[in-house]
Design a protein around this ligand. Structure first.
Ligand SMILES: C[S@@+](CC[C@H](N)C(=O)[O-])C[C@H]1O[C@@H](n2cnc3c(N)ncnc32)[C@H](O)[C@@H]1O
Length: 336
């Protein structure tokens, strides 16, 4: 039986509403997934726990790093494709998954404004602080824009969307965040997105592509050490959220490419034998020296297999754009 989701609606201004889903009721379970992940043979944690306010700020710093080609490549692709996309959809509800700072979304919003197409923007993010601050900045830039922010997980927000007010919808998923999902998770996720769209509506997806491993590994092992702080911050977030006692000095960052699965894996490596207590979850976790927690997978795609997975979930690829180096892709899918 599906859980009923606790939610609270608030009108911040006449152009800005917010719905906050109660993390305690989340479909994905707040903390249930931590217990599952930390009690499996290869310990793992869901990537969403990277993102408290500090995690979101650190991610923004990562997007500016010289090694982190992903954001710059996707930005360049959006600059050349956004006019075509806006023309195709016309007036539209833009539902953005994991909107973060929405820096790249501005390029799309500019295109819609330039064509005079009405837009309602529905950002979805677990990180409340960055969702509210980016919404405030967008409202100041785009005087005709209406925003309804949804603070919660993709699953909760997509199954609890407000009534539609415009004839067309497009779900947007940028930053290759889709690459954080393994095949099983991706199939379940695509089914939820498909359920939120009517036939003929759109899904715009940024996906990182396969390329020489040195380029990929450098992006997740930056010389300035920001990714180290980002990775370790997940433990600080868990300490605060679940009354934990992870000692950050006893863990280190590791990011390596796994050719078998075409993905980079980020781990936190325990420097010694230790036990960690997460009091609110009633969980004690034992670590051997050198044992790791897998904190993120970031898959690198080839376009034919990406399109095939989406086709299996009921999405037809309409057009794909790439940057000149073929490092990154943006594909517009249509729900069939
Ligand atoms: C890799 S960042 C991408 C941010 C932005 N879209 C970009 O392209 O730069 C992922 C974003 O998704 C959010 N996020 C991660 N997992 C989530 C989940 N399960 N449900 C909702 N938001 C999530 C994070 O808070 C973060 O803002």
């Amino acid at each position: 039986m599906q859980k009923s989701i606790g939610r609270e609606d608030a009108e911040v201004s006449d152009r800005f509403r917010v719905t906050e889903f109660d993390p305690g009721d989340a479909l994905e379970g707040d903390g249930d997934d931590v217990i599952t992940g930390l009690t499996e043979a290869q310990k793992w944690l869901p990537a969403r726990y990277f993102y408290d306010d500090r995690g979101s700020a650190l991610f923004e710093q990562i997007t500016e790093l010289p090694e982190y080609y992903l954001t710059r490549s996707e930005e360049a692709i959006l600059a050349k494709s956004s006019g075509d996309i806006a023309r195709r959809t016309g007036a539209c509800e833009l539902i953005e998954l994991g909107s973060g700072s929405a820096r790249k979304t501005r390029i799309l919003l500019d295109a819609y404004a330039g064509l005079g197409h009405q837009v309602r923007y529905l950002p979805i993010d677990v990180s409340a602080g960055i969702l509210k601050s980016s919404a405030g900045e967008l409202l100041a830039t785009f005087p005709a824009l209406e925003i309804w922010g949804l603070i919660g997980t993709y699953g909760d927000a997509l199954t609890g969307l407000p009534e539609r007010t415009l004839p067309q919808r497009m779900v947007i998923f940028l930053g290759s965040t889709i690459g954080n999902l393994n095949n099983v998770e991706m199939a379940a996720f695509l089914a939820i997105v498909r359920g939120a769209l009517a036939e003929g509506e759109y899904f715009l997806v940024g996906a990182d592509l396969q390329k020489p491993i040195e380029i990929i590994e450098a992006a997740y092992n930056d010389a300035g050490g920001v990714t180290v702080l980002f990775n370790l911050n997940m433990l600080e977030h868990l300490n605060r959220r679940f009354d934990g006692d992870f000692d950050l000095a006893k863990f280190s960052h590791r990011a390596v490419y796994d050719r078998r699965y075409d993905r980079i894996e980020m781990h936190l490596v325990s420097s010694e034998r230790q036990s960690v207590n997460l009091a609110k979850l009633d969980l004690v976790v034992e670590f051997a020296a050198g044992e790791t927690i897998l904190t993120e997978i970031s898959r690198k795609f080839d376009l034919p297999s990406l399109r095939k997975r989406f086709a299996e979930a009921g999405f037809a690829a309409i057009e794909t754009w790439t940057d000149p180096d073929q490092h990154f892709s943006l594909t517009l899918f249509r729900a069939e």
